[in-house]
Ligand binder design. Sequence first.
Ligand code: ZN
Length: 326
Amino acid sequence: MSINLPKAKIYYVLCPSFHGATLLSVVLNNHSQITSLGDTFPTREFDQICTCRKKVSQCDFWQQLYNETSLNKFSQEDIWFPYLPQLIQQDGRSTRSVNIFLNILMLGLTIPLGRIVWKLASKPCQEYYEVYLDFVNFIANRNQSFVFVDGSKTLFKPFFIQSYSNNEIPAKIIHITRNPLSYAYSFYKNYQKKSEINIEKYRNKILEDAAKKWLFQHQRILKLKKLFLKESSYLRISYDDFCDAPQANIVSILDFLELKHEDLLQSVIFPEKHHLMGNISIFDFDGKIKPPSTWSSKLSNDEVKRIYTITKPLLTEFNYILEENV
Ligand SMILES: [Zn+2]
C-alpha cells in the first residue's frame, strides 16, 4: 500500500447538526493559514447555493475543484465525496447498509490487526484515500493554507485516514457539544419549519427524539475517541460557551491547531476562501457572534425534565449542570 501525505495538516470537526459547526468554519476561515469548509461537499441531489452566493454549478471554486482533482471517480455517488470507501458495489439501499457494516467491521479489526485489514479491499480503500488527499492538496495549493479543517462531520473518515496512513495523518478532532435543551429546541423549530402539517401535538415525541439523537451521536464520538485517539488529538468545545466567550475559545482552538493567534472576529477577510455549504445565516457574517437562541422561556418544566432524563448519562461529563428545581 503506497502512502502519500497531504500538503496541509488535517483536523476534523465532529458533532451533531445544530452545534454551530458552520459558524466555527466561517470564523476559522478568517485565519490566514486555515481553510475550513462547512459541511464540505456538495450534494448531487440539487444545485446548492454556496456562500459566494452562486450555485455550485456556477461557483468557480467548486467547479475548479471538481475539474482539477480526481473527485469525478465518485460521479455515481449522491455527494461529491462519499462518507465511506465503497467496499462493495453500490446499487441500492440494502447494499449501502452492508457497506456501512463492512466499513465499521474492518475499522474495528484494525485494533488487533493494524492497517493490513484494508488490504482486503485495497482498490476502493486506496482510491478513497488518494481522492481525499488530492482534494486536501488542491485546497492547500489554491488557498496557501497549512491547515485544513474538515467540517463534514463524518464519523468514519478521520479514523480510516489515520489507520490507512499508518498514523502518519492522525485523526485530530474538534468535538463540539451543545446544551441538549437548546439542541432539542432548535431541532424542533427546524422540524416545524420544514413540516407542512401542524406538529404541535407531536412536540413531546420530537423533543424526546432530539434528546436521544443528541445522546447517541455524542456517545458514538466518545467511543471512537476512546478507541482511536490520543488525548492530545482531541479538543472539546461547547457551542454555548463559544458564543458566550468566543475569544477565549478561539485561543484554545488555535493552540490546538498549533497556529499563531490572529484576530478572527471580523467580517469575512478572505472572500476567496468563503465557499461553504450550509446555514444561510452565515452568508453575511459580520464578525459578531450572537448567543444561540435561548430555550428557557420556550420549554416547559416537564419538557426540560424529559430531555434531561434522556441525556443524563453525558450531562456531567459535558458540564451541563441540571437546573435547580428540575
Ligand atoms: Zn462558491
